[in-house]
Design a binder for this molecule. Structure first.
Ligand code: AKG
Ligand code: FE2
Length: 325
């Protein structure tokens, strides 16, 4: 007899609207879970000078959590500044959504600049705006064959590579090379069904997942769907890392939930110019960060994120000493 698909059962439970599911078992919904523990035994005594320009808080105040039932799974609870959240949300909407990055809307349109097109008439075309569901950066994920190739590859955004490098270093997951990303755009009724991410040659390198905007229930199971998954709440700014035993586990997003906090609207402070050495980013990125302080620059992006969730999912594709596929 086939064993029951408990992953699907939980997915359906959290997806349903009528009656609404209980959120009592959702980890991180409140702060009282005893299974949480601080990941790093040794507190960070030094900051990484790149944090500010990447829109991150000082490493010494980061809170990273591990879960005894899910070895290798780590959540860093919103290490972003309010301005940092605005910067990354805007990057996903205005820049990562442009061709030649690959997008789900490419089947219907050849236009390059989706975000500007949404505002072509002066006001937002919501119907068109909601059509964008994903873009891929770097090595493009092939949704049909699930195979990466050298022929389908773009330039990986340098600022996103640097963000991952800082997070990887913080967790001691070095060296990590960001080579492929999927940006997922969710609306309030969107879901992402159960899957494992196994297309990369390098399945030992961790997977970094950045969430912005509205919240999500994230289901994390094991290597088989017959094992019941745990439900985690991911809020804006949270970074989830699937490493080691968790790297190839089934996961899914059955539900988007209205955010109870909007950290992108907290007090914004400008990033100061400094002489820090940036591996990937350029000095102009400081003004790109600071322009989002102005309400008129930020308003349209805020309207989008008030009803959507964005997830950036970053992977290393190649082995450490491999140059091409
Ligand atoms: O949206 C999420 O949190 C997960 C996305 C994901 O699993 C993927 O893109 O492979
Ligand atoms: Fe995934």
């Amino acid at each position: 007899m086939d064993r029951e698909d408990l992953f699907m059962k939980k997915f359906k439970y959290y997806k349903r609207n009528n009656p609404k599911p209980s959120l009592e078992q959702v980890i991180l919904f409140n702060d009282e879970y005893t299974i949480l523990k601080q990941v790093n035994n040794i507190p960070h005594t030094k900051n990484d000078p790149r944090t500010e320009i990447l829109g991150l808080k000082d490493l010494r105040v980061w809170q990273s959590l591990a879960f005894s039932d899910h070895p290798g799974f780590v959540i860093i609870r919103n290490p972003f500044t309010a301005l940092g959240q605005r910067y990354w949300i805007r990057k996903c909407l205005e820049e990562y959504s442009k061709s030649p990055n690959k997008r789900n809307i490419d089947i219907d349109t050849s236009l390059n600049d989706w975000w500007s097109e949404c505002y072509k008439s002066g006001k937002c075309d919501k119907k068109f705006q909601n059509k964008l569901r994903w873009t891929t950066l770097g090595y493009h994920h092939n949704w049909d064959t699930k195979v990466y190739s050298e022929e389908s590859k773009g330039i990986f955004p340098s600022e996103l590579a640097e963000l991952c490098e800082v997070v990887a270093q913080y967790l001691g997951y070095e060296p990590f090379r960001a080579e492929a990303a999927i940006v997922n755009y969710y609306h309030m009724c969107s879901t992402l069904s159960a899957h494992t991410d196994h297309s990369e040659v390098n399945l030992d390198a961790p997977l970094f997942s950045f969430s912005f905007g509205q919240s999500a229930i994230f289901l994390l199971g094991r290597h088989e769907k017959t094992i019941e998954p745990s439900a985690f709440l991911l809020n804006s700014g949270d970074i989830a890392i699937m490493s080691k035993e968790a790297r190839l586990c089934y996961h899914a997003v059955p539900k988007i939930l209205p955010a109870t906090k909007c950290p992108w609207s907290d007090i914004v402070r400008p990033v100061q110019k400094s002489n820090i050495h940036l591996k990937c980013m350029k000095a102009e990125d400081i003004s790109e960060m600071n322009k989002n302080i102005k309400e008129n620059e930020w308003r349209n992006f805020e309207n989008y994120i008030a009803e959507s969730r964005i997830n950036i999912n970053v992977r290393q594709v190649l082995m450490e000493n491999q140059i091409t596929l």
